[in-house]
Design a protein around this ligand. Structure first.
Ligand SMILES: Cc1cc2nc3c(=O)[nH]c(=O)nc-3n(C[C@H](O)[C@H](O)[C@H](O)COP(=O)(O)OP(=O)(O)OC[C@H]3O[C@@H](n4cnc5c(N)ncnc54)[C@H](O)[C@@H]3O)c2cc1C
Length: 298
């Protein structure tokens, strides 16, 4: 039975794949935050801002005072709970423009082109066409069903109701010449347009990584999540002269444990925190260079 585990049994198990950070990218994992899937603040889409700057839900990161921003300190709230930032984000379901994706490929990342990635944009999505009430307020002419997925675990929909601001902003931008210049889902995401939201159309609850990917797999015995577990360091070792990562050191309630993996260690702790458990990588590299293979993919 998939479970939230306990630190002692978690540390005694050798996992095939060990993932630190159970946010949008991770799955079976050590997660520093808690499981808040029955919390109305998480499940009610518009309540997201009520979680920001609250250390129970978010890491409460702040910038330094911004010299060119009149000394202002700006909040950056990455999610701290099962589902990570997808649990506290705005629910917009959209993606970048074709030229942004193609640029990544042109900078030497093979396989990164719009045409190669487009099928994967559709894979997670189950699209709900807009109800008639939406068509009265939103320009739906830019929506082409063929550019949407229909079988994925992420349900997305348009809200059935619009307040006056929502009704007004799209026409205003169009009037200013700042409307969409092509199809946002077809590779032209510039200009003002209404996105779909990752909201279940039947009951208007938020769909996020925890509900879409963990819940349907919760019965799998091989899937274990340990919440409240902070990964402090990837364990590096030498194996036949090569650098490998056989595990991760983590803490729960001030106690330190080591989790083990036979195949891969993956860090999915988000863009800002991912480097932290790698603190010792540079030392290990200099000790065991050249690094030709990582057992742990980091
Ligand atoms: C306020 C906000 C609004 C956003 N709005 C949108 C939107 O509307 N649409 C959209 O597409 N995108 C939006 N985004 C961006 C999107 O949510 C993120 O890009 C995406 O969730 C990042 O996924 P991730 O897996 O890389 O990281 P995260 O989802 O942040 O997951 C990282 C996880 O790792 C955990 N973690 C961190 N350090 C450790 C550690 N040392 N040990 C154990 N666990 C750790 C964290 O608690 C977290 O659960 C928004 C983001 C934010 C913050």
């Amino acid at each position: 039975m998939a479970s939230h585990g306990n630190p002692t049994s978690f540390a005694a198990t050798v996992f095939n794949y060990l993932i630190a950070g159970r946010g949008t990218a991770g799955l079976s994992a050590l997660e520093a935050g808690l499981d808040r899937t029955s919390d109305p603040k998480v499940l009610t889409s518009d309540f997201a801002p009520s979680m920001w700057d609250d250390p129970d839900y978010d890491w409460v990161f702040k910038t330094t005072p911004q010299v060119h921003g009149n000394g202002r300190v700006v909040s950056h709230p990455p999610g701290k709970q099962l589902g990570g930032s997808s649990a506290i984000n705005f629910d917009d379901w959209t993606h970048a423009s074709r030229h942004d994706i193609d640029d990544s490929g042109e900078h030497g990342n093979s396989g990164w082109s719009w045409d190669e990635l487009f099928p994967y944009f559709l894979k997670p999505e189950t699209y709900a066409p807009p109800p008639p009430s939406t068509s009265a307020h939103v320009d739906i002419t830019i929506i082409l069903p063929s550019l949407h997925g229909t079988t994925g675990p992420i349900q997305d929909s348009f809200p059935p109701f619009y307040d006056n601001v929502y009704k007004a902003w799209e026409p205003i931008y169009k009037k200013l010449g700042l409307g969409p210049t092509g199809n946002p889902k077809g590779g032209r995401a510039a200009g003002a347009y209404m996105t779909l939201f990752t909201i279940e159309p039947k009951n208007a609850s938020k769909i996020y990584a925890r509900t879409a990917y963990w819940k349907p797999n919760a019965g799998r015995e091989s899937l274990v999540v340990l919440t409240g577990a902070f990964a402090t360091r990837v364990v590096f070792a030498r194996e036949e002269g090569m650098l490998v990562a056989p595990g991760v050191i983590f803490t729960v309630d001030g106690e330190t444990y080591t989790a083990s993996a036979s195949r891969e260690v993956m860090l999915c702790a988000g863009a800002l925190q991912l480097p932290q458990p790698l603190g010792t990588l540079r030392n290990w590299r200099s000790k065991f260079a050249p690094v030709t293979r990582h057992r742990g993919a980091v």
